[in-house]
Design a protein around this ligand. Sequence first.
Ligand SMILES: [Zn+2]
Length: 394
Amino acid sequence: MGRVRARLFGLLLVAAACLAQQAPAPAMTSDTAEFVKLADDVYAYVGKKNDANAMVIVTRQGVVLVDTGNNQPDTRDIAAKIKSVTDQPVRWVVITQYHGDHFGGSPLFTPPASLLVHDRVARDLAAMKPHQIKSWRKRFPERAQALEGLAPKDMMMSFPDRMTLDLGGKHIELIYVDDQYNIGDVAVWLPESGVMHGSFAAYKDRHPDIRPDYSHGTTITMLKQLEALLALKPRVVVPSHGPLSNVRDLQNMVDYVLLARQKVRVMMDRGLALPEIVKSFEMNEYKDWDRASHFDWMAETIWRELSGLGPIVTKSADRDVTGVVTRVAEAGRNLTLDAQGREIRLRVSSDTNIEGVADRTQLKAGMRVTAIYVEPENFNAALGYDLIELDVQP
Ligand SMILES: [Zn+2]
């Protein structure tokens, strides 16, 4: 899974969202996160403003946490919410989707907790580069000692298809729906209470962010997942993002995906080319749903699927550079570098590994630095390249 590529798409998404015209207020969770009891010893952490959700299962033998929060404050908030309902330690962390907003909080819990992931995610975690491991360790400064010398793969268990976890009186099923483009998304099912974490496929009132790089699967992947989840007839469903849903919402999403595919198919049958299809694609039947900004990618993804094409591959290369910081903006998020007369714009993200200063807010003009950044093909350099590593010279 290309984390960098996913980040790049995220960046473009923000830009697209800013440009989107004023639409009716979309379905949105509240301004503060909520911790909702779904059944005995089962809770949903509903992220603020459609930020990532999580699920908490308390057992007599420890807590199972499903996903780890949108960002560090949310992760710490999840830990505090768990403490407010039990003294049991977090023992397992299930990752339903290997994206930063679901996986990124894991270093707050592992170790002593262990990660439980699909085999495909396990392979990605095992292939983490040294700089990624370093930035994973640094996400929570209070964990520096506990994580010394560790990587996520050092406390990880994975499964290929289905897995059952019986823990302290709770029966928990993990479900991976097999599809070549399911990159490791899993659902978590509690048959005794009818509660499910439905991962990416289970959105309510939110346009799915299906992308041409298939980093969230395809519409066919989604339909296969929805079919498997619907068959279980869940009473309440925690989606990856947004309001809690139920079996009716899963069926709504099936209808939605089928309609979206039909719209693209009709345009293809009429001989429209991809740019026209992307321009014309709409889902006006779902006007109050969040994230209409996903339409362009959805249209292109469905077009690729119906044309029998695989995922679009954005090539990128890691580049080394040495230079002097000439400008710092947005509290260190954006830097301009003079590299022997060549000007380079760089972006600091939460994944950037910074050495030599405590954090990005300490960055100042005049500092000599060496850096590693990602250069994607056909990228607008003015937007700034994503920094992997920044080493400030003493
Ligand atoms: Zn997410």
